[in-house]
Design a protein around this ligand. Sequence first.
Ligand code: CP
Ligand code: NVA
Length: 336
Amino acid sequence: DLSPAQINGILAHSYALKRQSLPWLEPKGRRSRSDKLRLPPQSLFNKTIALLFSKRSTRTRLAAETSSVLLGGRALFLGREDIQLGVNESARDTARVMGGMTQGIFARVGEHEEIEELAKYSPVPVLNALSSYWHPTQILADLLTLHEHSHLFGTRMPQAPTGQLPSLPPLTVAYVGDSANVLHDMLVTFPRLGHKLQVASPEKYRAPAAVWDRVVELECDKGITWTADPKEAVHKADVVVTDTWISMGQEAEKEERLKAFEGYQVTEKLCKEGGANPNWQFLHCLPRKAQEVDDEVFFGPRSLVYPEADNRKWTIMALFDLLFGRWDLSAEGVDR
Ligand code: CP
Ligand code: NVA
């Protein structure tokens, strides 16, 4: 739902929060006298955020809970087994009641319609923590990580002033694997920011119509190519991305999916034979299975997966500060 200006504003804000909170990241000579963690704005002071999670989570939950603490607020984790939703109560009633007692809802749901329903009836902002179609907060962390590693992508970019988010040259991003929520947010985001997306996925596992309609509506389709050949997708790629072949909720399809995705594992060999940029970098949202990427890549020097996981925190903190603390995600609000 965000414009490129809002996305870039959130990334700049995430970067600023990270530098402010972790002063030891500053280059030598700019370290603060104290290397203690410094507090970000206390925009959640005396406020409560509902974390409505109907699926498992490590990173998203950790990022949300730790960010809320640092912003001066409190996050309430409400798992599927804890509350009445889905068993004794509708999403409409839940949204209204939660919104009556909290300042924001961060929701991880099954079908995407569930979060639309929450957003429709909630009196407070609702942020998607993952749904069947989308995983928007993941893509912000991916982008922040790419900006922070922009020096690896060769092209000389004007240097950002010290302390400001480094610029990112236009990249060719290859996604190899299942067309699921993480890829879908890349489809509606990367082309609008000037990056090319080359996707390799078996015909049967391509973006559903509702997702593709949104891609077309945002005129992102021109920046995307699809193929069933992973080697074709990684050709000239600066970044190679994958995700699990079996997303949460698809466990019953395991056998069928393992068969369908044979040959799609990200490896050094694949990227060499496909002609990826020799300095290609690797991203994965985690959790990871060895099927979709081998250990050599996942634990190797090209892998940005742990900085990417760490950046879930700073991007989610920026969103919580702006959306739940200030209730202002306008480009002007973001720039402030
Ligand atoms: N990447 C991600 O969303 O991880 P979790 O499912 O652990 O939150
Ligand atoms: N596609 C994965 C992402 C997990 C963060 C899933 O939905 O399970």
